[in-house]
Write a protein that binds this ligand. Structure first.
Ligand code: KG4
Ligand code: ZN
Length: 342
C-alpha cells in the first residue's frame, strides 16, 4: 500500500509518500521560517495562506518524482491536529478532497502520533513496547507506548513545552526565531559550569515537567549581566545558553530514567523538534546505557515537523482498515491518550 502524507499543522508544509514494500519513496518540506522571522514567531494567518500557496505544487512534485498517480495510491493521510486551526484546515481540505477525487480512503492523523512513530522510518526501528519522550514546540510528554494507538500518558509539562522554553530563552539572549537550534549552537561556545540553573521538579516524585521557572531564572540572569544594549556580552550569553541547555537536558534525562523504571521498559524513543538537540541525544544515550536502555531517535530531518511521519502513521492506520468520513474535521487541541488502535 502506498500512502500520501500531508503535514501542515504549524509553519512547515511537508509532503511524503510511504510504500509498504519499498519504504519511504520521497519526501519534501517547505519551511516558512523566513516568512515569520520578522515577527519573532509564527503568525497563524500568514501560515495558513502560505500552506495554501505551497501545498498542491509540493504534492505534484512528490507524485511526479516517484512516478505515482491516484491509481497506484492506497490512501491519503493528513495531520488533523493538534496545531493551528487554519493551517490544519488547509492540509485537511486538500488531503480529503484529493482522496475524494481519486476515490481513495483518507485519514486524519494525530501530529504527536506522527512524531512518536517517526523512528520507525529508520533502518533499525524500535519495537513495542517502549517509553516515548515527545519534546516539541507545543508538547513535552512522557508516554508508555504498547502499540499503535495504545498510549498511556505518564507525565507532561504543566506550563511551557521544552521547545517553547528553548525559543523564549533564545529570545532573551537576542537570538532570532526559531531560537531552539540557535541557542543550542551558541551553547557550544559557552561554559556550562559558570552558571548553575535549577532542574525543575526533579526533587519530588512524579513525571510531570515545568519549564516556566527556568525561563524566569534565565531572564533574571540575563538582566543581571546586561550591558547598555540590554544584553550581556557574547561570552556571557553563550555561558547562559550552555547553563540553560544543561538544565533542560538534565531534567529530561532524570524524568526519562524515572519513567523507564516505573514502566519497567528498556527502550526509549525520543521524538519531536527538541530531539534534534545534539546534547540531549548524546546524554540520553550515555546516561541510560548502563541501565541497559536502548535509545531510538528519528534522523535529524524527521525530528522536526515533516510529511514522512504522517505518511507512515497514515499507512499504519489505513492498512488496519481505518477511514475518515467525508466531513473535513480538524482538532486544534487533541489529547494523544484519546487515540485508540482501531
Ligand atoms: O516538532 P516541531 O518541529 O514542531 C512542533 O510540533 O512544535 O518542534 C519545534 C521546536 C521548536 O521549539 C524548536 O526551537 C525546537 O523544536 N528545536 C530545538 C532544536 N531544533 C528544534 N530545540 C533545541 N535544540 C535543537 N537543536
Ligand atoms: Zn511537531
Amino acid at each position: 500500500m502506498r500512502v500520501l502524507g500531508i503535514e501542515t499543522s504549524c509553519d512547515e508544509t511537508g509532503v511524503a509518500l510511504y510504500d509498504s514494500e519499498q519504504g519511504l519513496l520521497a519526501h519534501t518540506l517547505y519551511s516558512q521560517v523566513a516568512l515569520h522571522a520578522d515577527y519573532g514567531g509564527v503568525v497563524p494567518e500568514l501560515a495558513s495562506r502560505d500552506h495554501v500557496r505551497k501545498l498542491l505544487p509540493l504534492v505534484r512534485q512528490i507524485m511526479a518524482r516517484s512516478n505515482t498517480n491516484g491509481q497506484n495510491l492506497g490512501g491519503v493521510a493528513y495531520t488533523a491536529g493538534p496545531g493551528l486551526i487554519g493551517a490544519l484546515m488547509v492540509g485537511a481540505c486538500v488531503g480529503r478532497s484529493l482522496a475524494y477525487g481519486w476515490n481513495l480512503p483518507a485519514l486524519g492523523i494525530h501530529h504527536m502520533e506522527g512524531h512518536l512513530l517517526a523512528p520507525m522510518l529508520e533502518e533499525q526501528p524500535p519495537s513495542f513496547p517502549f517509553v516515548a519522550l515527545l519534546v516539541s514546540g507545543g508538547h513535552t510528554q512522557l508516554v508508555d507506548v504498547r502499540g499503535i494507538g495504545q498510549y498511556q500518558l505518564l507525565g507532561e509539562s504543566l506550563d511551557d513545552a521544552a521547545g517553547e522554553a528553548f525559543d523564549k530563552a533564545a529570545k532573551m539572549l537576542g537570538l532570532d526565531y526559531p531560537g531552539g537550534p540557535r541557542l543550542a549552537a551558541l551553547a557550544e561556545q559557552g561554559d556550562p559550569l559558570r552558571f548553575i540553573f535549577p532542574r525543575p521538579m526533579t526533587d519530588r516524585p512524579g513525571l510531570d515537567f515545568s519549564f516556566s521557572g527556568l525561563k524566569t531564572f534565565t531572564l533574571t540572569t540575563v538582566r543581571k549581566h546586561a550591558g547598555d544594549n540590554g544584553l550581556p556580552d557574547r561570552q556571557t550569553c553563550a555561558d547562559i545558553a550552555a547553563a540553560f541547555q544543561e538544565a533542560v537536558v538534565d531534567t529530561l534525562v532524570i524524568k526519562c530514567r524515572r519513567a523507564l523504571k516505573a514502566c519497567q521498559r528498556k527502550t526509549l524513543v525520543v521524538a519531536g523538534g527538541v530531539s534534534a538537540n545534539k546534547m540531549l541525544r548524546q546524554r540520553l544515550k550515555s546516561r541510560l546505557a548502563n541501565n541497559g536502555v536502548r535509545v531510538f531517535y528519528p534522523r535529524e530531518a524527521f525530528c522536526t515537523d515533516n510529511g514522512a511521519m504522517i505518511a507512515y502513521a497514515g499507512y499504519c492506520r489505513l492498512q488496519a482498515g481505518q477511514r475518515a468520513n467525508l466531513s473535513i474535521d480538524v482538532r486544534p487541541r487533541w489529547p494523544l491518550a484519546e487515540l485508540t488502535g482501531d
